[in-house]
Design a protein around this ligand. Structure first.
Ligand code: ATP
Ligand code: MG
Length: 448
């Protein structure tokens, strides 16, 4: 390709001569990026397909420009652009040269390289650019392992990751134009917020799905694309039907305990396939494993894992429906909210807890060496039996793990219960979500 042809394509993506569509703002990510920018590190943005990575990149570019950066100092390129007829590192270098010659940046350029996994061997080029301080680099891709394996070795200690996920509940409210500025406002809009939570659980929170009327159709197409483009093609999988069934299996069985063996039996597949397909689904950010808490690492590795999904909308569109699903979907929402926090706080670790008597606590939140809190999600607090069971499990885990901060996240029930010498907070999901995001003051949490 000639350099002027490359520039024509780049011109479509960049702010050099025009404004670009940046969508609704997602300050959680742009603030985080701004903070990471101050480090002299390569920044990698990963996350599932369609979560909004490219939009977040463009929002960041816009923010830099608003802060006074010359648009010509910034190059944004989508390496998946089908108009590019060449590939490989030499082509990447050619793109950079074209940009230098035709656009003439006056300061150290800032490169946003989107879908970098398309360039074979990009890691060495990035490392060279970074070491020679030729550019500041932000790369993105939608596969965890492709971005981390080689980069990990080539750029040890020289890169920071940020994951972009579908909308948090706070973002979801703002995408739905539900805004509140103070507590009074909030109380007036409680019903509206609860209604929004039902939609959040039902259709999930991919940005495009949130803004569209054709929610189910879009979700189904996301699933198909993930299977065919990200999994079958990338990993050269021949047994398409097996890949599809295992993906459906996980999306239908969120929050359930699973071992590779139990899936082998349920789906009649070899255990080798189950293991590798599960790994691919995790790398594509479609599902996440949650390990059991144990003081012994070996036991932790041996125990069954729980699988959660990236998005409850995807579960509802693709998975099979079970009657106990509401509670499970709520649990998934809590898991993803914790996962979002983990993104901002890499010290945080998540587990579930279970003892030999099958008493269970949904989430153990650990930070460094300290266990911060125990969280139970219970959608059925009115049922005496369920309530007692959840409380007993919490009591046992509190004792064993020596934790005092515990809570039960509910659909409606709010308040506080005494449990031996400790208190357990009961908080409705919508309130917990908004409190955790800092959209509700923490004292609201202690109102009762
Ligand atoms: N902030 C936003 N405001 C409005 N719409 C958005 C926003 N972010 C994403 N979208 C919608 O979601 C779609 C996918 O977003 P985007 O292309 O940024 O995702 P991505 O993570 O880069 O996906 P891919 O991995 O497929 O490249 C967009 O085409 C747009 O319709
Ligand atoms: Mg993209």
């Amino acid at each position: 390709m000639r350099k002027d042809e490359i520039i024509q394509i780049l011109d479509d993506w960049n702010f050099w001569n025009r404004d670009q569509r940046i969508g609704l703002s997602r300050p959680i990510y742009t603030s985080r990026l701004e903070y990471l920018f101050s480090s002299n590190q390569v920044i990698t943005i990963t996350g599932p397909r369609r979560a909004g990575k490219s939009f977040v990149m463009r929002q960041m570019i816009k923010k830099l420009i608003n802060n006074g950066q010359n648009p010509k100092d910034i190059m944004h390129v989508n390496l998946e652009d089908p108009r590019f007829t060449e590939s490989g590192v030499l082509f990447l270098e050619k793109i950079f040269q074209a940009y230098r010659e035709y656009i003439s940046p006056q300061n150290t350029p800032i490169l946003f390289l989107d879908e970098i996994q398309e360039i074979e061997g990009f890691e060495k080029w990035i490392r060279m650019m970074h070491e020679l301080s030729k550019a500041k680099i932000i790369i993105s891709g939608s596969n965890a392992s492709l971005l981390s394996r080689e980069l990990g070795t080539l750029l040890t200690g020289r890169h920071i990751d940020m994951e972009v996920f579908p909308l948090s509940f706070g973002e979801f409210l703002s995408f739905n134009n539900i805004a509140f500025t103070n507590k009074l406002d909030l109380i007036g809009r409680e019903w509206e917020i609860k209604g929004a939570l039902r939609k959040y659980i039902e259709y999930g929170s991919f940005p495009e799905v949130t803004l569209s009327e054709q929610k189910k159709e879009i979700l189904l197409s996301y699933f198909e694309d993930a299977i065919t483009k990200d999994l079958l093609r990338r990993y050269k999988i021949k047994k398409a039907q097996d890949m599809r069934s295992i993906a459906k299996y996980y999306l239908s069985n969120i929050a359930a305990l699973s071992t590779f063996k139990s899936i082998e039996r349920a789906l009649d597949m070899s255990i080798t396939s189950v293991k590798s397909y599960t790994g691919y689904l995790e790398q594509a950010y479609l599902v996440f494993p949650l390990k059991r808490f144990s003081f012994k690492v070996r036991e932790q590795e041996k125990s069954p894992r729980k699988i959660y999904a990236i998005d409850t909308g995807l579960c509802n569109a693709v998975g099979f429906r079970f009657s106990e699903n509401d509670g499970r979907l709520a649990e998934n929402v809590v898991f993803m909210a914790l996962k979002r926090q983990q993104n901002l706080n890499p010290n945080m670790e998540l587990f579930y807890w279970k003892d030999v008597h099958h008493r269970e606590v949904d989430f153990v939140v650990k930070e460094g060496l300290e266990i911060k809190s125990l969280i139970q999600v219970c959608w059925n607090m009115h049922n005496e039996k369920t309530r007692n069971r959840e409380m007993r499990s919490l009591a046992k885990a509190m004792k064993e793990l020596n934790v005092t901060k515990t809570m039960i996240i509910t659909d409606e029930t709010e308040g506080e219960e005494k449990l031996h010498d400790n208190k357990v907070k009961l908080i409705p999901l919508w309130k917990w979500l908004l409190t955790e995001e800092g959209l509700l003051p923490a004292e609201e949490f202690n109102r009762n």
